[in-house]
Design a protein around this ligand. Structure first.
Ligand SMILES: Cc1cc2nc3c(=O)[nH]c(=O)nc-3n(C[C@H](O)[C@H](O)[C@H](O)COP(=O)(O)O)c2cc1C
Length: 134
């Protein structure tokens, strides 16, 4: 299975409505494609992990890359994993952050990354949340 993480910057025009639409469409498409992961949005940047069958993840990421609602997309890691490290709940993505989430971005991200055995990937998400919350 392929696990891919990237960071990107939201387009200046991106609204809360857009972010909710992205989440809704992602949940639907990812469930169908057997792609899971985590999407953290802090109102300005996206940090996303995608996991699943290699071809499914590549196809999904190729679509995401073309999306004008974000830019400066930087791939951070690409790993082969035996099991879904982002947990079984995530037949979709989670969005947390001051805009759409409950506000406790750090606490939520720590909880959502509890199952990730790889320290680099785990700390990537936790560090992002801590910096963005600070
Ligand atoms: C930050 C970000 C993350 C996204 N994540 C996903 C995703 O995980 N899965 C997905 O299918 N689309 C995702 N999208 C949306 C895709 O870019 C694209 O709009 C969508 O897949 C098109 O789906 P449709 O053909 O069903 O309309 C994301 C977009 C952005 C801006």
């Amino acid at each position: 299975m392929l696990q891919l993480t990237y960071i990107s910057t939201a387009a200046p025009s991106l609204s809360i409505y857009d972010a909710e639409t992205i989440l809704e469409v992602s949940r639907r498409n990812n469930a169908r494609a057997g792609v899971s992961g985590l999407l953290v949005f802090d109102g300005k940047r996206f940090l996303q992990a995608l996991e699943g069958d290699q071809a499914a993840v590549e196809h999904t990421f190729a679509r995401i890359r073309e999306d004008v609602r974000h830019r400066a997309i930087v791939e951070l890691s690409r790993r082969t994993v035996e099991i879904r490290e982002f947990g079984p709940w995530a037949m979709a993505s989670e969005v947390v952050g001051p805009i759409i989430g409950k506000g406790d971005i750090v606490g939520t991200v720590i909880a959502l990354t509890e199952t990730i055995p790889d320290a680099n990937v785990r700390e990537l998400f936790r560090g992002f949340a801590k910096i963005r919350a600070a």
